[in-house]
Ligand binder design. Structure first.
Ligand SMILES: [Mg+2]
Length: 177
């Protein structure tokens, strides 16, 4: 079976949406929801706001209740009949997130065995046929075929095959099978 590796934040989980909701409700800003659909948080927020957000993300519980992206559970479940599915999340930056992330995956994706869950730093360590990720820096480092999952911070990237929804992922990979 070919290996298909999935990123967690902004691929399986709607992390960007949770962050935007926090900014809109708790931060002082004139930006609105539409602004955050066109550009990444790093481009839009003041460095002070970014470090405040960083602290919030580093608080236990932040990653526990993030919403699953629409169609992700059904599609990953289907794909697991044809691919060896792995999840690789570069979460060493937020060590407090480990328990929440692991529990989140067990809750929403119980059919992915713990043996296939990788908490990592650089994704160059991942040996897989495919990697779906929203960060080009992770795809650059990866030596299989990288697929970019659309997010506000990567709209201008053109170097990779792109998917924007889990329906796109389903079409692409079930077709390859
Ligand atoms: Mg991500």
């Amino acid at each position: 079976m070919l290996r298909l590796t999935l990123d967690m934040d902004d691929v399986l989980a709607n992390t960007h949406e949770k962050l935007v909701n926090i900014v809109l409700s708790d931060f002082s800003t004139t930006l609105n929801k539409e602004d955050f659909e066109k550009k990444g948080l790093r481009e839009l927020l003041h460095p002070k706001q970014l470090s405040r957000l960083h602290k919030i993300m580093d608080t236990p519980g932040f990653f526990a209740d993030i919403e699953v992206k629409e169609g992700a559970i059904e599609t990953v479940s289907k794909l697991s009949s044809y691919y060896n599915i792995f999840v690789a999340t570069a979460c060493m930056e937020f060590p407090t997130s480990f328990n929440d992330k692991f529990a989140w995956l067990r809750k929403h994706f119980p059919f992915i065995p713990w043996t296939n869950i990788v908490f990592c730093g650089y994704k160059s360590i991942i040996h897989s046929d495919y990697l779906i990720d929203d960060h080009v820096r992770n795809l650059h480092a990866f030596d299989g075929q990288g697929i970019l999952f659309t997010a506000p911070h990567n709209l201008r990237e053109t170097a990779y095959k792109r998917v924007s929804t889990w329906s796109d992922v389903s079409e692409l990979f079930l077709h390859i099978v």
